[in-house]
Design a protein around this ligand. Structure first.
Ligand SMILES: [Cu+2]
Length: 535
């Protein structure tokens, strides 16, 4: 059988780089409108992702505007205010069955080839009933059905994102375009310039949503299928073109002054290692909001769903052209991704239209991630890969398929969760509801641990790996200074995070959520488990 890579050569690598501008909020990206509440409809649209390509069929969240302001495949951001709750309705206006360009593996879906969507606000501090939770919402929402959610916005200002979380189809629905930004503001982080923090704002604050894709010569997105008989699902989706804010390899004109970039790795499976031509990044926040002080970094390593809030100073670089580049991330991060270097061209102009902050603030109004209080419970959660490259290939947590049950932290208590990686690759583990402190990563003897506890379905949960450690714990990195909702669990290590399992005001236990790998191919093939915040 001819492999899909031979039969259908993609058009992407031949596309000319840096010939179209980066879409921005209000100029290529729709800023969602909704006075007393938001009503989105998931709809099919078509957009030209590169001047040398025909328009590409996509799926998108329509805020009622008709999305005339969306120019690429990533086209919407909702701006919310801390302390102001919002209600959102998501109505499925998609075809009732999947089109040919979206290859469903019906072994993994509740309803065969039917399109069932379910939206999750990633990083949202919400009730289980508003979380887009397969435990609560069952098989998802079919054509004409509406998911209604309440977002309390009781959490620190940060960049969240909402995306589809369909059971067994997250990888496909996100690939098709169902992802959007959710920017939470507060009285310090106003987004304007000047602001109380002394950081860039207005036109000098720029979201960068980075997603790799494959595109066919006819403009359709390409998602390869497995060459294993009976299997459609593939282990990871890696693109051969990079899209930023929904356009293939765009450029950005910047002025020779300081900028704030809000970076989201929106890839299905690719771990990014970003550099900007030797210009340092001053990271001021991550998934859980702003930190207590900036941290200078020469590279930004972001796994899928991780976010970095950074300041970059282009003053002194007038007239220069820089490239935001992606490299293979360093060990112990491990990923099978093929190389994809070019991301975004940065063209530094010679004139400053509006002078802004000239120095990076010494301190910030946020916090370092320190979860105080005694640890009520330690949980040991194993990451397993079973029968790789065979018809039974899947991944799991704790040796279990996705299903009812799972961990049951008591509301208001602090727990430490240790992800024990028994596979060969890095998995970005995402816990819904909470943000957490990364405590550290400890090298251990994987083989000995597996020999002691392994079964045909992997190692069950609950076995403390401490006795198998081969060295001291490596504390959280400088880029993990603040609260996070996604953590890289590297192979050969067990990774410990600490969180307080609070619920939003007025929400009472029990409430159900999930935690899972954010390589969405893994999430769709069993690397997900429920948990219940319990009374
Ligand atoms: Cu994974």
């Amino acid at each position: 059988m001819v492999g899909p890579g031979v039969a259908f050569a993609t058009a992407g690598p031949r596309l000319e780089k840096f010939v179209q501008p980066l879409p921005l909020p209000g100029n290529g990206i729709v800023v969602a409108s909704g006075a007393s509440g938001y009503s989105f409809t998931q709809v099919p649209i078509s957009r030209q992702l590169h001047p040398q390509l025909p328009p590409t069929p996509l799926w998108a969240y329509d805020d009622g505007s008709g999305l005339g302001g969306q120019t690429g495949s990533f086209g919407l951001v909702l701006v919310a205010q801390k302390g102001t709750p919002i209600d959102v309705r998501y109505t499925n206006g998609l075809p009732s069955t999947y089109p040919a360009w979206i290859p469903v593996d019906t072994r993994l879906t509740p309803d065969g080839n039917q399109v069932k969507v379910m939206t999750h606000l990633h990083g949202g501090f919400v009730a289980g009933t508003s979380d887009g939770n397969p435990e609560v919402e069952g098989g998802g929402f079919g054509f004409g059905q509406t998911q209604t959610v309440h977002y309390p916005n009781q959490q620190p200002a940060t960049l969240l994102w909402f995306h589809d979380h369909g059971l067994g189809t997250t990888r496909l629905n996100v690939f098709a375009g169902l992802a959007a930004g959710y920017l939470l503001r507060d009285t310090n982080d106003t987004g304007a310039e000047p602001n109380p923090i002394g950081i860039p704002g207005g036109a000098y604050e720029i979201p960068l949503v980075i997603q790799d894709r494959q595109i066919n010569a006819d403009g359709t997105l390409r998602y390869p299928t497995s060459t294993i008989p009976g299997v459609t699902w593939i282990g990871e989706y890696f693109g051969d073109v990079m899209l930023v804010n929904g356009k293939v390899w765009p450029f950005l004109d910047v002025e020779p002054r300081m900028y704030r970039f809000r970076i989201l790795n929106g890839c299905n499976a690719r771990i990014l290692d970003l550099t900007a031509g030797g210009v340092p990044f001053w990271q001021i926040g991550a998934e859980g909001g702003m930190w207590d002080r900036p941290v200078r970094l020469s590279q930004l390593i972001l796994a899928p769903a991780e976010r970095a809030d950074v300041l970059v100073d282009f003053s002194g670089l007038a007239g220069k052209t820089l490239m935001l580049k992606n490299s293979k991330p360093p060990a112990p991060i491990a990923t099978p991704a093929p190389a994809l270097t070019a991301v975004l061209q940065l063209r530094v102009g010679t004139t400053v239209t509006r002078p802004g902050p000239t120095t990076v603030p010494a301190s910030l109004p946020g916090t370092a991630a320190i979860v105080s209080g005694s640890v009520a419970r330690k949980r040991f959660i194993t990451l397993n890969e079973i029968a790789a490259e065979t018809a039974g290939w899947h991944l799991n947590l704790n040796g279990l398929p996705y299903g009812p049950g799972g961990e049951a932290p008591t509301v208001g208590t602090v727990e430490e969760w240790t992800y024990v990686n028994l596979t060969g690759d890095t998995h970005p583990m995402h816990i819904h509801l909470v943000t957490f402190q990364v405590v550290g990563r400890t090298p251990f003897n994987v083989d000995a641990y597996q020999d002691a506890y392994g079964t045909d379905d992997g190692v069950p949960g609950g076995h403390d790996p401490a006795g198998f450690a081969t060295g001291p714990m490596i504390p959280a990195g400088p880029d993990e200074r603040g609260f996070k909702d996604t953590v890289k669990a590297n192979p050969g290590y067990f990774t410990t995070v600490r969180a307080r399992f609070d619920l939003p005001d007025g929400v009472t236990a029990p409430q159900s959520y999930v935690h899972h790998c954010h390589i969405v191919e893994h999430e769709d093939n069993e690397m997900m488990q429920p948990f219940v915040v319990s009374p």
